[in-house]
Design a protein around this ligand. Sequence first.
Ligand code: ADP
Ligand code: GLC
Length: 485
Amino acid sequence: MTVRPMQVLYVSTEIHPALKTGGLADVNAALPRALCEAGADARLLLPGFPALRDALEGARRVASLAPRFGADTINLMRGSLAGIPTYLIDAPALYGRPGNPYTRSDGSDWPDNLQRFALLGLIAAAFADGGIDAFRPDIVHGHDWHAGLACAYLAARGGDRPAAVFTVHNLAYQGSFPGDEFARLGLPAHQFSMHGLEFHGALNCMKAGLFYADRITTVSPTYAREIQTDLHGMGMDGLLRSRAGALRGILNGVDTLHWNPATDTHLPAHYDALELAGKQRCRAHLAGTLALTPGEGPLVAVVSRLTPQKGLDILLDALPSLVARGFTFALLGSGDARLESAWRKAADGYPGRVAVRIGYDEALAHRLIAGADMIAVPSRFEPCGLTQMYGMAYATLPLVHRVGGLADTVVDASPAALERGDASGFVFDRPHVDDLCAAFARARLAWSDAPLWQGLQRTGMAQNHAWSVPALEYLAVYRELRPQA
Ligand code: ADP
Ligand code: GLC
């Protein structure tokens, strides 16, 4: 008997390297590929943003769809992105805008975002008929609020429909719109209720995913627990508690195609766990290009969106005392204008010891993570976090707040963990300057003990975060819903 592969329509918005605003793009480039390698027939469905249209290889039209949501021309193109079979929705009126896929250049949301992402959900659900490219998925797997309405449109179909899986990458962004816009969606009226996608009178796309999906996943086991609490639930904790039986936490992986110090094309030198000499060359190169003259202590990298989530205001407050203790800092980030200017000011105040680059720079991100001794991720909340895992793969010790995926990936260098031999970084418990500084003080001590430091580096490098592991966990979730596939 031949077993038919599980057919998965993977619905999202960005993918590395063509279009990226954060870790979601890294996940989207790696997870569908890993699902295919594990035997699934996984295909992406993405909006036809210009950067994605330009990157789509072997594009051909597989369907033309009726005008909807203000788009008079809607074609579905099939091709491949990052080696993954991909459907792009070519609807220039909604998606033909360069730059950030969600916002205008001034950072404000596009006024028709509801229509833009409703079309994504509507087309995802339309695959249920099997009439598009003869592909009838067993599973429609949506990611974050942009794909939440796919679950509502699928639920509205009832009957024999693909199962819906919804992954939360960040509960802070919910896609909330005025309730009177619900009428635009063409969904049954009963869905606009507390037992549906209505949330305090508004239309909430995240809630559509959380309420209607057959399974909910999020990107680390700890975050899966945290979002059921008042502290981290962003108002959805009650609903998530009621759906606890359908909720799973599956830790993200590391895409070793792009993040491997032995092969990384962005680096001036290569290295691996057996031979770390290349890392010193990366450090010297980094210090040179950023005009840094590191002190006695570790050189610390930060590569991050600059938003309140990331806790970089806490690090900023700690900076004077950390520089005085010999630490040197190099930050690459962009986002919140006030944080950008505060960090720029810090760089002006500590020439040679604090370097700041505002903007998005993929190559510099790799050079920072390779060339630094440590990477700081002091996030107030962090669903998974990828840079601490990249740091460990690059022998760059993470210093993190014990929250979400940071707690699941970094083992604090406590005496007990050092004794066991599984310590891989430095973890602090409360998002306050004092706790952060105490962790840095422990890092400074460890730095003075070269064999200890190298042991921590090697433990981090030995972690297996291959995407093949989470891919099997996702397949197990799909099989709970469609055991026959
Ligand atoms: P989040 O998705 O919340 O931003 P993650 O740690 O999951 O956080 O992923 C962040 C991704 O974005 C990583 O690949 C990181 O290297 C990258 N990144 C963040 N800021 C920048 C930047 N300014 N320039 C280049 N890459 C960045
Ligand atoms: C979100 C989260 C981040 C996670 C990423 C990929 O952007 O903020 O923690 O690693 O999604 O899942």
